[in-house]
Design a protein around this ligand. Structure first.
Ligand SMILES: NC(=O)c1ccc[n+]([C@@H]2O[C@H](COP(=O)([O-])OP(=O)(O)OC[C@H]3O[C@@H](n4cnc5c(N)ncnc54)[C@H](O)[C@@H]3O)[C@@H](O)[C@H]2O)c1
Length: 348
């Protein structure tokens, strides 16, 4: 199998053009392409350009709206309830987090729910927007069922990710995690690449541990910490699905197989203005002290360096911006074919 190295800006501009070719505006296509390529830069390939084919197919079939629109259904000084009108998840996500930041500057914080939305990719993308504005950023999304409630083998909850980020004097510190041992996207990608998965990632549809990625895709992923991961997935679902008025759990439509009905995903976004609690510089200096103290702790045998959440992804982003993103044969060919289909010159 070959590996193809591409420059991140070329890849972003190619993906943007492919999305524009579906009738999406230049600005909105840029946001989606930027988020996908940023996931590849960070090493979150499961939520990167390997998703282009399904995103384009959903636009083409009209099951996702090409024209993004957000209706404000309820608005108070520190909260918003939004209807995403079946827009692309990344476009609504960026809009909502930016509005939360604006309102948090006025009122200290803002919490927003979004219903009638679509897949929004890598959750850290949105909290970074808040952290870059000296805010604490938090977001979560629901997703179709891939986690079985503890004690069952029947998936009911999505691998609903939670991301939280804060600024420091350097890169923001960002935790972005699914409440499962791995995101289902990683199992899907392994199945696509014909690779085995480690034991402990997924269960077959009969609840048996498996290393066969294709069987794992048909079954479920294992929640972190047993009932605790299940509980976390459940409460993210409450905030994203129940509170927003979106669909929830098994009532969400599948992105990969249902091209008739919108997904009606729910998301939440929150921005908290640090300056309303402590001087921003002092917050950042204290963060730096904490990070330095953690990184200076004694290391276990075989550990070269201690990291804080998000650090590995920031390091990868810098390295890949400089040296290029490596795409597998399968993803590279898929992207080339998408260009051929819509008349967009490949990676130019
Ligand atoms: N949109 C969706 O429906 C959806 C669903 C599930 C997951 N996702 C996305 O998938 C991505 C992957 O999720 P995941 O749970 O597999 O993430 P992961 O297991 O790769 O990482 C989880 C977190 O752990 C941190 N981390 C990893 N190694 C570390 C170390 N050695 N020291 C300190 N911190 C470390 C990372 O920085 C990250 O914040 C996320 O971006 C998530 O938002 C999206």
């Amino acid at each position: 199998m070959g590996i193809h190295k591409v420059h991140w800006e070329d890849l972003r501009s190619y993906c943007q053009k492919l999305i524009e070719a579906q009738g999406v505006s230049r600005e909105d296509a840029f946001i989606v392409a930027d988020s996908l390529v940023d996931a590849d830069l960070c090493g979150v390939e499961s939520h990167g350009v390997s998703r282009m084919a399904i995103y384009l197919k959903r636009l083409e079939t009209g099951v996702v709206s090409k024209r993004s629109q957000v209706n404000v259904e309820k608005e108070y000084p520190a909260s918003m309830a939004l209807d995403a009108c079946n827009s692309m998840g990344m476009v609504t996500g960026v809009y909502t987090m930016k509005r939360c930041v604006e309102k948090a500057k006025e009122n200290g914080c803002c919490f927003a729910t979004v219903r009638n939305s679509n897949h929004y990719g890598m959750a850290s993308y949105y909290v970074k927007l808040a952290a870059d504005e000296n805010m604490v950023g938090v977001t979560g999304t629901n997703a179709p069922p891939n986690i079985a409630p503890w004690g069952s083998s029947k998936p009911y909850l999505g691998t609903n990710p939670l991301a939280i980020g804060v600024p420091t004097t350097n890169d923001p510190m960002i935790l972005d995690m699914a409440p499962s041992v791995v995101a289902m996207g990683k199992v899907i990608l392994a199945a696509k690449l014909g690779k085995e998965i480690p034991l402990g990632w997924a269960l077959t549809k009969d609840g048996k541990p498996t290393t066969d990625a294709a069987e794992g895709v048909k079954g479920s992923v294992v929640p972190i910490g047993g009932p605790k991961g299940y509980g976390l997935a459940l409460f993210i679902e409450v905030l994203c699905g129940i509170l927003s008025g979106a669909e929830f759990g098994p009532h969400l439509n599948n992105m990969w197989s249902d091209f008739e009905n919108p997904q009606d995903l729910g998301q939440f976004f929150c921005a908290i203005d640090i300056s309303k609690f402590i001087q921003v510089d002092r917050f950042k200096t204290r963060m730096e002290q904490m990070i330095a103290e953690i990184k200076a702790l004694p290391k276990n045998d075989g550990v070269d360096e201690l990291f804080v959440p998000g650090e590995i992804e920031h390091n990868r982003r810098r390295e890949r911006r400089k040296n290029g993103i490596e795409l597998s044969d399968i993803v590279y060919e898929e992207l080339r074919e998408l260009g051929e289909k819509s008349g967009v010159p490949f990676l130019i």
